[in-house]
Design a protein around this ligand. Structure first.
Ligand SMILES: Cc1ncc(COP(=O)(O)O)c(C=O)c1O
Length: 481
């Protein structure tokens, strides 16, 4: 008998029926996603419905569900849709969705304590270690995303350089000016990590890229030498495996060699690219990644795990622990009972309360298997090559950057190209046919298609290309008329 004071349903049978309806609606959504527009503009009256005062009285679950189906679901960003190619968004899977439901039902807090959910996370950590050939002593942790994982990488490297004393005394107590290096193609969250860690964005050297958009190795060496000459302390190199703009992979072996020679921490931002290790045709291009001191990656991108599922892997687990572990009376450890099982995940990052991200990742890997996930990754790269060929075979279009992995940057040729292509992208998005985003390549606006979703096929690529040509031609014609 449910207590009337609790939040559990007073009629479980009714609730169960409603719950099954909600599950069916989401399965219908995923099964028929192709029939929907990728994205559609949000009508003002729909927006207005979410600008109301705090509800004081109980509401009806069926009505809230209806509101979700009517007002929220159709106006999501659409990254589950095969035509979505904006930014770098994963598609998610029905399996991941079900795993999220199980995790939410269990409501486990993975900060620590002796519980099987933490063992599930440890299992995934072990798989990640195995994938990158890291030793048993390496540590890993689920985090929100690579932005957080990169920050953790910087903080562990800071401890490696200044010792754990920095946690007490802070940076101001050190006379060393720590300097980090990354490429001009790196994601903005590397600079943000420098900012948040207190090292400062000015202490990040942004090294130019070569014609393949990889960090220029000679320029990196010169920058390190110049900083040493100036009395600074180089400490950190962040290579990128899959740059956000064009999908370039830095020469990770060369970076590892330099880091080794110079005694610097070698971090890899592998937000989406690191999982290329699952694909036999991509893995050789990531050579050197296994020599990193730390790797940041996202299962929610190429790994197709529903948001969010970022991850940090650190070769020296002890150093990782020393960077974050903090004794507290209320977190006392035991060898038996619920407070056993130390170290706990909260000893490896800033979060104490943590959700069960590991479960949807465990399910995804168990159900699809590493091979199939690798094939999905390869397939997105094959589709990118197909898109490149279509662009090269279309006189109205031009490619703006090499296609290294799964990202294609191109534009419609026009005298007023930046303005026209910005308009084309908005028209594409509003048409619901396809959803690329934009970036800037050599100071020109590019249409950028990142093929990440396992549902995308060559028909979706054709739809994007054909619609781009049609919108571009229509625009050109409207100018002539
Ligand atoms: C190379 C790279 N690094 C970092 C990030 C940030 O990752 P997240 O959004 O998971 O924090 C991205 C996101 O696309 C990325 O492509």
């Amino acid at each position: 008998m449910t207590s009337p004071d609790s939040l559990d349903p007073s009629d479980w049978q009714d609730f169960r029926t409603q719950g099954h309806r909600m599950l069916d609606d989401m399965l219908d959504y995923l099964e028929h996603i192709r029939e929907r527009p990728v994205w559609q503009p949000i009508p003002q009256d729909v927006r207005d419905k979410f600008n109301q005062g705090l509800p004081q009285e109980p509401g009806d679950l069926a009505a809230a569900h209806e509101s979700f189906m009517r007002d929220v679901l159709p106006f999501a960003i659409g990254n589950a849709h095969p035509g979505f190619m904006g930014w770098v968004h994963g598609g998610g899977t029905p399996v991941g969705m079900l795993a999220e439901m199980l995790a939410a039902g269990l409501n486990a807090n993975l900060g620590g304590r002796d519980q099987m959910p933490v063992e599930v996370e440890r299992q995934v950590v072990q798989w990640v270690r195995e994938l990158f050939g890291f030793p048993e002593s390496a540590s890993g942790l689920f985090v929100t995303g690579t932005s957080m994982a990169n920050l953790i990488g910087v903080l562990v490297a800071r401890t490696a350089t200044l010792g754990t004393g920095v946690r007490l005394a802070g940076l101001a107590a050190s006379d060393k000016r720590l300097i980090a290096y990354t490429s001009a193609g790196a994601h903005g969250c590397i600079a943000q990590a420098m900012d948040l860690s207190g090292l400062g964005i000015d202490a990040l050297r942004v090294i130019p890229v070569n014609d393949q958009y990889q960090m220029n190795i000679a320029a990196l060496e010169q920058a390190i030498a110049a900083d040493r000459c100036a009395g600074f302390s180089p400490f950190f190199i962040a290579g990128t495996a899959g740059t956000v703009d064009v999908g370039a992979i830095d020469n990770l072996t060369a970076l590892a060699d330099i880091a080794q020679k110079e005694g610097l921490w070698f971090h890899v931002d592998g937000a989406y690219g690191a999982l290329g290790m699952l694909a036999p045709d991509i893995a050789p291009r990531l050579e050197g990644i296994g020599r990193a001191n730390s790797i940041a990656l996202d299962f929610h991108k190429w790994g197709q795990v529903p948001y969010d599922a970022g991850f940090i892997l650190v070769r020296d687990g002890k150093l990782h622990y020393d960077t974050f572990a903090s004794p507290a009376a209320y977190l006392r450890r035991e060898t038996r009972g619920m407070a056993a099982g130390s170290p706990w995940p909260c000893d490896f990052g800033p979060d104490l309360s943590r959700g069960f991200r590991a479960l949807k990742t465990w399910f995804t890997i168990k159900i699809y298997g590493a091979k199939k996930l690798g094939q999905i990754i390869s397939n997105t790269c094959t589709l990118a090559q197909y898109m490149k060929q279509r662009i090269e075979a279309t006189p109205e279009l031009e490619l703006l950057a090499p296609v290294s992995l799964n990202i294609v940057c191109f534009r419609y040729r026009s005298e007023d190209a930046d303005r026209v292509n910005a308009k084309i992208v908005v028209a594409l998005q509003e048409s619901g046919i396809a959803a690329p985003s934009t970036t800037t390549i050599h100071e020109h606006l590019a249409i950028r298609a990142a093929i990440v979703n396992h549902r995308t096929n060559s028909g979706d690529i054709d739809a994007l290309i054909n619609a781009t040509i049609a919108f571009g031609n229509a625009h050109a014609k409207s100018i002539q008329d």
